[in-house]
Design a protein around this ligand. Structure first.
Ligand code: IPM
Ligand code: MG
Length: 376
C-alpha cells in the first residue's frame, strides 16, 4: 500500500467574510486531496479582531505556534470597523498580520493580477485597455517604513516613521522576482522614488547588480508616481513589478481593481518559514454571514498554496475550474453574473468540478431565463 502524504495546513479565517471564504477554499483543497492523493490536516486558529475579542491579542501564541508547525497557512481576512474608526485603540487587528509576517520572515508578497475575458466590462477601465493584462507584483513585506523605527514626541505634536533597507533584504526578494520573470515574459520593472529617497537609490544599485546575473531579463526602472499613472494608462506593459513595502501596498491595491473584482485575486507571502496564502480583499464586514461574498480569491489562494507544495497539476485544475465557472456566467452577485450563486454554492461547485473534472456544469435554464428578464 502506498502511504498518503500528510500535509498540515494552519487555517486562520480571521474577521468578517474571512472565515466563510476560507471554508470554500477548504472544500476545494479537500477535492484536491481526493483527486491527487494527498491528505490535508487542518489546524484552525484565531487571528485579528476575532482573536482580540477572545484573548486580547490579535496574534495569540497558540496561533503563531500553529503557523510555525504547519506546512502552509490559509488566511482569510483581517480588520474590523470598530478599530478602524478609533485612532486611540492600543491593540489593532492588523497588528496580528504584521507580527505574523515578521515572525515568519515573510519577506515577499506576491500578487498576480490577471483578467478574465467575461468580466472585462466590470473593470473601471475600458475593456480594450485591460484586455490581456497579466502582471505579478513582488512587494517587499518585512522591511521599509512599515517596520522602521517610529515614534511620537512626548507632547504628541510630532511623529516619525523611518524607512530603512539593507542590501540583503533587497537582494532576496529581487532574486525571486527575476526567477519569476524567467517563467513569464522576462521583464522586471523596479518601482521606486530614486529621485528623492536614499533607500530607493540603494534598491536601484542592488537590483541593477543582481540583474547582471539574469541577461535574459529586461530590467526597467520607474518612479512610483509615474507607475501609479502607467498602471491606469497602459497596464499591459507590466510583467513583473518589483517594489518596496509601502509602494507595493499602494500599487497592489491600485492594480487589483483592474480585473473588475477584488474578489478574484489571490496572494502568497513567502519567506523564511511557513508560507501564507490569502485573498487580497479585506474583511468586508457588511457582507459577513450573508453568503454573498466571493470565495474565488480564497479558492485561487488555495491554488497558489498547493502549487507551493509541489502540486502544479492541482493548481492548474483549480484555476481551470474557476475560469470555467466564470465563463459559464456563474458568480456571486457583485460580478453581475447570468446565474447568481452564493458563496457556499460556488465552493460546492468548484470542489465538485475539481474532484470530478469530466462533469459538465448543469446550467439551470429557468434561472437563466429569470435573470435575462430582470436585465430587460
Ligand atoms: C495588505 C494590507 C495590510 C498592509 C494591512 C492590513 C496592515 O493592506 O496586506 O496589503 O498594509 O500590508
Ligand atoms: Mg494593502
Amino acid at each position: 500500500m502506498t502511504s498518503i502524504k500528510k500535509t498540515k495546513i494552519a487555517v486562520l479565517g480571521g474577521d468578517g467574510i474571512g472565515p466563510e471564504v476560507t471554508k470554500q477554499a477548504i472544500k476545494v483543497m479537500d477535492a484536491v486531496a481526493e483527486r491527487f492523493g494527498r491528505y490535508f490536516e487542518y489546524c484552525f486558529a484565531d487571528v485579528g479582531a476575532a482573536a482580540i475579542e477572545r484573548t486580547g491579542d490579535p496574534l495569540p501564541d497558540a496561533t503563531l505556534q500553529a503557523c510555525l508547525n504547519a506546512d502552509a497557512i490559509l488566511f482569510g481576512a483581517i480588520g474590523d470597523p470598530k478599530y478602524d474608526n478609533d485612532p486611540t485603540a492600543k491593540v489593532r487587528p492588523e497588528q496580528g498580520l504584521l507580527r505574523l509576517r515578521k515572525e515568519l520572515g515573510l519577506y515577499a508578497n506576491i500578487r498576480p493580477v490577471t483578467t478574465y475575458e467575461r468580466l472585462l466590462h466590470l473593470s473601471p477601465l475600458r475593456a480594450e485597455r485591460v484586455k490581456g493584462v497579466d502582471m505579478v507584483i513582488y512587494r517587499e513585506l518585512t522591511g521599509g517604513i512599515y517596520f522602521g523605527e517610529k515614534g511620537t514626541a512626548a507632547d504628541g505634536r510630532q511623529a516619525f516613521d523611518t524607512c530603512t533597507y539593507h542590501v540583503e533584504e533587497i537582494e532576496r526578494i529581487a532574486r525571486l522576482a527575476f526567477e519569476q520573470a524567467l517563467l513569464r515574459r522576462r521583464k522586471v520593472t523596479l518601482v521606486d522614488k530614486a529621485n528623492v529617497m536614499e533607500t530607493s537609490r540603494l534598491w536601484r544599485r542592488t537590483v541593477q547588480e543582481l540583474a547582471a546575473g539574469y541577461p535574459g531579463v529586461e530590467l526597467d526602472f520607474m518612479f512610483v508616481d509615474n507607475a501609479a499613472m502607467q498602471l491606469i494608462q497602459n497596464p499591459r506593459q507590466f510583467d513583473v513589478i518589483l517594489t518596496s513595502n509601502m509602494f507595493g501596498d499602494i500599487l497592489s491595491d491600485e492594480a487589483s481593481v483592474l480585473a473588475g473584482s477584488l474578489g478574484l485575486l489571490p496572494s502568497a507571502s513567502i519567506g523564511l518559514h511557513t508560507s501564507l496564502f490569502e485573498p487580497i480583499h479585506g474583511s468586508y464586514p457588511q457582507a459577513a454571514g450573508q453568503d454573498i461574498a466571493n470565495p474565488m480569491a480564497a479558492i485561487l489562494s488555495a491554488a497558489m498554496l498547493v502549487e507551493s507544495l509541489g502540486m502544479p497539476e492541482a493548481a492548474t485544475a483549480i484555476r481551470l475550474v474557476v475560469q470555467h465557472i466564470l465563463e459559464k456566467g456563474i458568480g456571486t452577485p457583485e460580478l453581475q453574473p447570468s446565474i447568481v450563486y452564493g458563496c457556499s454554492q460556488i465552493g460546492d461547485l468548484a470542489a465538485h468540478l475539481v474532484a470530478e473534472p469530466e462533469e459538465e456544469i448543469l446550467v439551470r435554464e429557468d434561472k437563466l431565463q429569470q435573470k435575462v428578464s430582470t436585465i430587460i
